[in-house]
Design a protein around this ligand. Structure first.
Ligand SMILES: NC(=O)c1ccc[n+]([C@@H]2O[C@H](COP(=O)([O-])OP(=O)(O)OC[C@H]3O[C@@H](n4cnc5c(N)ncnc54)[C@H](OP(=O)(O)O)[C@@H]3O)[C@@H](O)[C@H]2O)c1
Length: 326
């Protein structure tokens, strides 16, 4: 495994982060694994040297955090980097203050997440989206207090407009509060809108970039007319709303297949290798329900793409409407 520094922090993370949205309960989403099956993937990830895990309070209504915490409890906590998030409304027991980024919600949700994880501290606490209802000053003061209390070591943000992220960083600097250290954004070969502003901005500000859905939720792992061939492809309503099949998506997918055949590797490995060649990416968050696919992802770290391979993969892309946040 290769390790890299997370943005301008001093913390070292594996060059792949394990996404834990697929762990929890099939009652939440039909493709989600239960504890026993999830354990196998998390343990294999640790064997392979992955030290960075991303979950959220809403994944399987908290069960993902519980499972991750149960498995990691059997290992040395010092060796792990654990990230979770708040903001989105829970599907079970929703109440007005279960969602958003007010001081009340952040304090409650962080305490609940730590409880489920069975940890006193997470390494990275992220806001899942921008909260249009709460002033960013309130959110940042609550997050800064959480750092001072030792409940999280760093804070991070996820999909939002670049002007919002710039506003947040500027507010932290103005008020001398903890700054967001990371951006978890939507970025892959068939969704590259983040290259316009967010990624160059993150590079300038020394922000660690951890793209979500690096394989476009599976679209880049098989021929485009076979997206529905897996339970997730068939049932994940969220992927259906993302514009992967529009614009140049199918042509990019075909070129991924062509290069995979040329290099003798899988489509997933080519799509991931492309992302790993992008200097502004720190660590993609891979999501999988299969040990074999996890091993594929780790092998992708060794794939060398030439400049002409990269140009060939990128060429059919056409601008898309912004997707993944509002
Ligand atoms: N911040 C946010 O708003 C946000 C949004 C979405 C996700 N996330 C984070 O990002 C993580 C990853 O998201 P994602 O699951 O959408 O990521 P993804 O890696 O783009 O897609 C995962 C899909 O690709 C398939 N896949 C992976 N490797 C494969 C291989 N080698 N061959 C064939 N198929 C393969 C998986 O199927 P198998 O299960 O069969 O391997 C799964 O269906 C999540 O776990 C979560 O932590 C964050």
């Amino acid at each position: 495994m290769e390790y890299t520094t997370l943005g301008s922090t001093g913390m070292e993370v594996s060059s792949l982060c394990l996404g834990c949205m697929s762990f929890g309960s099939s009652e939440w989403q039909p493709w989600v694994l239960d504890e026993e099956e999830s354990r196998e993937i998390i343990e294999r990830a640790i064997d392979l040297g992955i030290n960075f895990f991303d979950t959220a309070n809403v994944y399987s209504s908290g069960k993902s955090e519980e499972i991750l915490g149960n498995v990691l409890a059997e290992y040395d906590r010092d060796e792990q980097v654990v990230a979770t998030k708040a903001f989105l409304p829970p599907e079970e027991d929703p109440h007005p203050n279960a969602t958003g980024l007010s001081r009340k919600t952040i304090e409650q949700e962080l305490a609940n997440s730590l409880d489920r994880l069975g940890m006193e501290t997470v390494d990275l606490y992220q806001i899942h989206r921008w909260d249009y209802e709460t002033p960013i000053e309130e959110t940042l003061r609550a997050l800064d207090d959480a750092v001072r209390r030792g409940q999280t070591r760093y804070i991070g943000a996820s999909s939002m407009w670049t002007y919002q992220f710039a506003d947040a960083l500027h507010t932290s600097d103005r008020l001398d509060l903890e700054r967001f250290a990371t951006m978890q954004n939507h970025y892959n070969l068939v969704y590259r809108e983040e290259e316009r502003e967010m990624l160059p901005f993150c590079e300038r500000e020394g922000i660690g970039v951890m793209p979500w859905s690096p394989l476009a939720g599976g679209y880049l792992t098989r021929p485009h007319d076979e997206l529905d061939a897996t339970t997730r492809g068939e049932t994940d309503k969220y992927i259906d709303r993302l514009p992967y099949r529009d614009g140049g998506g199918p042509a990019v997918n075909e070129r991924v297949a062509e290069l995979a055949a040329d290099h003798g590797v899988t489509m997933a490995q080519i799509a991931l290798a492309w992302l790993l060649h992008k200097e502004w990416v720190t660590t993609p968050i891979v999501g999988t329900t299969s040990v074999e696919h996890l091993e594929d992802a780790v092998e992708a770290l060794e794939i060398d793409l030439s400049d002409s391979d990269i140009e060939y993969l990128e060429e059919p892309y056409e601008p898309l409407p912004v997707a993944g946040h509002e």
